[in-house]
Design a protein around this ligand. Structure first.
Ligand code: RIB
Ligand code: CA
Length: 312
């Protein structure tokens, strides 16, 4: 079986951590590396957290790189109010053993895409798109070599979570998102429209805990910590596990449904900065540039997640 090669660009974040664990547990995927970006918390913490997740998975061999520490054109906006001051609040994890690579994440992205055969590397950005956009700007030759981008970001029918108009990952670096959405790379977008249908339940959390493994215990503790904010905000019984939707798409795309449509990024208006303007009803003649996912089989999603996490 040929494994699908992926690079996860990430700002851990409890949901990022679960996405990374899912990818590391999946026999069908080869994780070429993790590239950390500033987002949920500053870069020093996101790179540290990415390394902690590799330790937890027993994978100190995974190359982890630090990338951009701020967006292209705005001061960094972080989300400690959601993820806690470490960005990975919940369980107490020891300082990481997995080393941080010397190379910059953007150089790793460029080098890997230039070295691997064209069309064989998928990028999975699950934080602000600063690293990806910087790599595309610095080395335009790599754009056509990307197999596909499967990202978590944006919102349309579900509206924003960090402003009334924008989802966090896109809001933090809308200029980077504009570059990525207009690069012409095959693009799959997992917006809040779908991730808000993948809500945790007490049974899911009990399932993680009953695995009786350090990984299961950590995922349960992350989920309990992470969901408190969204349960309070949305008044629901659970919280969305956003980022693992990207990895689940790679493993079981049949769990999802969406439309190939045009999606543009608002970069000018302070009021709607970072809004993903999705032409869901195709009322413009703007060319389709994204598979914008709107639905998920939530039971199937959590069954996939639990089945794979239990193997770590
Ligand atoms: O809006 C949700 C996204 O922002 C997720 O990727 C979460 O980890 C945060 O980065
Ligand atoms: Ca994230």
């Amino acid at each position: 079986m040929t494994q699908r090669k992926i690079i996860i660009d990430t700002d851990p974040g409890q949901d990022d951590a679960v996405a990374i664990l899912l990818a590391l547990a999946a026999p069908d995927l080869e994780v070429l590396g993790l590239t950390a970006v500033a987002g949920n918390v500053p870069l020093e913490l996101t790179q540290t957290n990415a390394r902690k997740v590799c330790d937890l998975a027993g994978r100190p061999d995974i190359p982890v790189f630090a990338g951009c520490d701020r967006p292209l054109a705005h001061p960094l906006v972080t989300a400690e109010h959601v993820h806690g001051k470490t960005g990975l609040d919940g369980p107490d994890l020891p300082a990481p053993i997995t080393p941080l690579q010397d190379a910059h994440a953007v150089d790793f992205l460029i080098e890997t895409l230039r070295t691997e055969p064209p069309g064989t590397v998928t990028l999975c950005p699950i934080g602000p798109l600063t690293n990806i956009a910087t790599a595309f700007r610095r080395a335009p030759d790599i754009v056509d070599r990307v197999q596909e981008i499967v990202l978590m970001g944006g919102a349309y029918f579900e509206v924003g979570n960090i402003t009334p108009a924008a989802e966090f990952n896109i809001y933090v670096d809308p200029e980077a998102a504009e570059i990525v959405f207009n690069a012409g790379v095959p693009l799959v977008v997992m917006p809040l429209d779908v991730t808000h249908k993948a809500l945790t339940t007490p049974a899911h959390i009990a399932g993680f805990r009953q695995m009786g493994t350090p990984v299961g215990a950590a995922v349960a503790a992350w989920t309990v910590f992470f969901e408190r904010f969204d349960k309070e905000k949305y008044g629901q019984e659970g919280a969305p596990l956003h980022d693992p939707c990207t990895i689940a798409w790679l493993l079981a795309p049949e769990l999802f449904s969406g439309r190939h449509i045009n999606v543009e990024i608002e970069v000018h208006s302070p009021l709607t900065r970072g809004m993903t303007v999705a032409d869901w009803w195709r009322v413009t003649d703007r060319p389709a540039n994204a598979h914008f996912v709107g639905n998920v089989d939530a039971d199937g999603y959590f069954a996939l997640l639990t089945r794979h996490i239990a193997t770590l």
